[in-house]
Ligand binder design. Sequence first.
Ligand code: S3P
Ligand code: PEP
Length: 409
Amino acid sequence: MKLHLSGPSDHNLKSAIQITGSKSETNRSLLLQALFPNIAIRNRSNSDDADAMKKGLGVRSDMVDIHHAGTAMRFLTAYFASQEGKDVVLTGSQRMTERPIKVLVEALKTLGADIEYVNNEGYPPIRIHGKKLAKNKVSLPANISSQYISALLLIAPTFENGLELELIGKITSVPYIKMTLGLLNQIGAKTSFGKNTIKVSTVGHVSPMEMVIESDWSSASYFYSIVALSDIGSEIKLGSYKKDSLQGDSVISELYKDFGVETIFLSNEIVLKKVQDAKQGIFECDLSNAPDIAQTIAVTCLGLRLGCNLTGLHTLKIKETDRLEAMRAELSKFGAEVKVTDKSLHMAPLSDLVPEVAIATYNDHRMAMAFAPLALRTSFKINDAEVVSKSYPDFWKDLKTLGFQLQEL
Ligand SMILES: O=C(O)C1=C[C@@H](OP(=O)(O)O)[C@@H](O)[C@H](O)C1
Ligand SMILES: C=C(OP(=O)(O)O)C(=O)O
């Protein structure tokens, strides 16, 4: 589906939107629920990735396809490896077969798992023969993806003597590891996170309990961008959010102050309000703790005619696409001067946007959603707009309620 996008006629926005639960929290909770069936989940994500996780956990055949879902790939690898008697081949989309999994597989093998690569060493698909994992201590590199660490931590409560991880190198995407530990605490696991050691205790039994998932902050980021690009006085209310979030992307409420966006925390909602013009100059930020909002921020800067230096982006090359290269190519179509390294993105301020360009999305939901707010500045096209369903299937519907004009081409 190719969409032509233009902004609302009135740039003074007033709207309220309900977003579903965080996909990261949902996929962790679904795994914990499979291990401890007394857990009930409220406000789960309606994303494709959450569906892939749910289906994968319930599968009866010996083939599991998780499509594009990185968390489902990594979390299910750990889950199946620890399920005695389970024999499955775990695979995904073409892109998933290019996203590395060796660090996790090696760590699981050290713990006693039986896993083979079906085609290419280090990459899905993998064949897993589930076993009771006997060891309880392992070291692994921590600078490639935090999902490997979260995957191991999530199965740890079922180990006889808990689990101790030694993390090697600079730890990336730390808030996602803390999110995992936070959810483990909710089911009664004792956890500790020292400088480079994480410990999780065994959990024998979980009494009936409810996990209430906060709505997705990465999805909220697109509305921060919209408010930043709209008139002073604009307000969008988003539910259901809270101040003490488990999601690292909630840092956006601080970052967007520089773009003139204030966040008002109500009991179960946030109100994003454009209160002043953006701070002028080059926007600088290290996003190693919040990699999923890098694309949103780069496009906001483009729309506000600001330059940016975004660093800490070393994980972006192995996500749904090489996001650094994809951003360079697509920002450039609007006329921006962009340089990328393998861990950073640098953009010079641009005064006039080239209109009516067609943005490619590279099977990456965040490419489509990050660029959409720019329709407040110029009209353009988005190719393969349906990619948004990976994390936010209602995105285009919600954009229409704000008055954005979407025309299917
Ligand atoms: O654990 C998680 O839920 C996630 C961790 C992050 O990945 P990396 O740790 O690979 O950066 C993030 O980009 C991804 O969208 C979700
Ligand atoms: C990187 C992402 O997801 P995953 O790694 O889980 O595929 C994302 O949603 O931006």
